[in-house]
Design a binder for this molecule. Structure first.
Ligand SMILES: [Zn+2]
Length: 411
């Protein structure tokens, strides 16, 4: 049996281990202060003990000061094995924090006690992001337990605060640990993907939320001439804003959908009764913009369209950007992390994985901002943040094999 087959066989035998670790992690509720919790301490402590047992050459807990959290900080862990080697390090980053379970009546069982249904483990956090930690950890355990020498350094990073902005998580870590992550390193973030395990996310669209306030003059509905109907203005403006789709119609096949999107979404309440013409309407638009365009270009176009409708109808229209996240330099589809990952996936599952772009919002953006090529990948059912969140044991074991190929440079 080859070295790699040996490791694979060990991984296949980890089914009970997956269940046991998932149960331990799920019972240690890791909610950040914005989500009504005190932080990730208990869960991070358990993970730290697991990592310690594998004798890392480096194991550090980096405490991001946060007055609202238990003991005034948020815990972040960095561990590395084989760090004396000069080669590029394979880093796998997962996050300890979770989102609240939401409406408990929608859960079939206690979200903090795992439930087993065949191949399925149900519980808050089992997919997002315990799947990522368990698969990357067990892959390393299998390699080390079979007394194989790592072909290159391997690092596991477990951060806090991914669900509420990463200010006390990866963003802090990158600032504090200048130089630990290198441009040659292979950085994998197993916190997104598809059911086939074939989506390697390398790029994100920019995100922009725009608020439109249309102001007219309120009056009795029977005498429209005495006022100016802001709802009519808002409706005209919404229709006119569809022009953005034609104006910014660049197509990038890396993304799904391959176009930029501009969708009117939230509408604030105006008048409470039917016989009053409203004098003020507020609505919002969610924009996901391909990296080929800048967020400022889109805001300028929104203002131009609004000015036209405003002068046509004699209404005031205010345009504000209420949230923006400008797309970062994408990871090249030819970056070593993407190529190695695709080869490892092919080797383990026989499937062809593809580099892709998504609508925005992964933690990998912090790496990319720092000029570090990162790829988001895992084999998941996409049940994150939902009631009865689940993961598949078989997917965790498959992903562990793929990580083992990366650690052993066998892809
Ligand atoms: Zn996540």
């Amino acid at each position: 049996m080859s070295e790699l087959e040996n490791v694979f066989e060990r991984i296949v035998g980890y089914r009970d281990e997956v269940i046991r670790i998932q149960a331990e992690l799920t019972s240690r509720v890791a909610l950040g202060p914005e989500n009504g919790g005190t932080g990730e301490h208990d869960k991070a402590g358990y993970i730290k003990r697991l990592l310690e047992r594998m004798n890392p050459e480096l194991l550090e807990e980096i405490k991001a000061p946060d007055k609202r959290a238990q003991d005034g900080y948020r815990p972040n862990l960095i561990a590395r094995w084989g760090s004396s080697q000069k080669e590029a390090t394979v880093w796998v980053l997962s996050h300890a924090d979770i989102v609240p379970p939401g409406d408990l009546s929608l859960w079939k069982s206690d979200p903090y006690k795992i439930e087993l249904e065949g191949d399925r483990i149900i519980g808050r956090g089992v997919e997002d992001n315990q799947h990522g930690f368990v698969s990357s950890y067990l892959a390393l355990k299998a390699v080390l337990d079979s007394e194989q020498r790592l072909k290159r350094p391997v690092g596991l990073v477990v951060v806090a605060d991914e669900e509420t902005g990463s200010q006390y998580g990866l963003s802090y870590l990158i600032k504090e640990q200048q130089g630990i992550f290198g441009k040659q390193d292979l950085i994998v973030v197993p916190d997104g993907g598809n059911e086939e395990g074939t989506m390697i996310e390398v790029s994100e669209k920019s995100m922009l939320w725009v608020k439109f306030t249309v102001t007219g003059k309120q009056c009795h509905a029977s005498t429209p001439d005495k006022g100016k109907n802001s709802l009519f203005g808002a409706a005209r403006l919404i229709v006119a804003l569809a022009e953005l789709k034609e104006q910014f119609n660049f197509l990038d096949e890396l993304f799904k959908p391959s176009l930029s999107t501009f969708e009117p979404t939230k509408m604030e309440a105006n008048v409470p009764n039917v016989n009053t013409i409203p004098g003020r309407n507020v609505f919002y638009m969610d924009c996901r913009i391909l990296p080929q365009y800048t967020v400022d270009e889109i805001i300028a176009a929104c203002k131009e369209i609004s000015a036209r409708i405003s002068s046509e109808l004699g209404l005031q229209i205010q345009v504000e950007s209420v949230y923006r996240e400008d797309a970062k330099e994408p990871t090249s589809p030819d970056a070593p992390v993407v190529k190695s990952l695709a080869r490892a996936i092919k080797r383990v599952t026989g499937k062809d994985a593809k580099p892709m772009g998504i609508g925005g919002g992964t933690v990998a953006a912090f790496f990319r901002q720092a000029g570090l090529p990162a790829a988001v990948w895992s084999t998941i059912s996409d049940t994150a943040h939902q009631p009865n969140e689940y993961c598949l044991i078989s997917n965790i074991l498959t992903d562990a094999k793929i990580f083992a190929c990366l650690y052993l440079d066998e892809s």
